[in-house]
Design a protein. Structure first.
Length: 137
């Protein structure tokens, strides 16, 4: 039985401020279900607040293919520390089904984030990755 479900706008929980993840064990058990929801919704990313979890993390798989488990990533307490350039592209959102809009985003971002081993990493992202980071964060 599913515990999580995608929240849809205008659900007020989507506007609540999320808190940092202090203990990876508090989110570890949520990940399989979140990936399942993301794939079922045909997404490439899913932020915890979108399923009613008020924590700062998101999951991603740019292939959107549930068979490609090696492409699954988790970003814990992500922060955009640098950005440059401009791109405008059409985006959708799992919490706004059926809606798409042209969104202006930075073309390149540098993101500091934790992983599920507790290591902090810095990622420089362009294109679809940059768009995903900005959308989910």
């Amino acid at each position: 039985m599913s515990r999580l479900e995608v929240l849809y706008y205008p659900d007020p929980r989507l506007r609540e401020v999320s808190t940092s993840v202090d203990d990876l064990d508090e989110i570890r058990d949520l990940l399989p279900e979140m990936f399942e929801i993301m794939y079922k919704s045909r997404g490439i990313g899913l932020a915890a607040p979108q399923v009613g979890v008020r924590k700062r993390f998101f999951i991603a798989n740019l292939t959107a293919d549930p068979e490609e488990k090696d492409q699954e990533q988790v970003f814990v307490n992500p922060v955009i520390v640098e950005n440059s350039g401009v791109m405008k592209e059409i985006e959708g959102c799992l919490s706004l089904p059926g809606l798409e809009a042209t969104i202006r985003r930075a073309e390149m971002v540098v993101v500091e984030s934790g992983d599920m081993e507790g290591k902090r990493q810095q990622v420089e992202a362009e294109g679809l990755w940059a768009k995903l980071f900005q959308h989910e964060i």
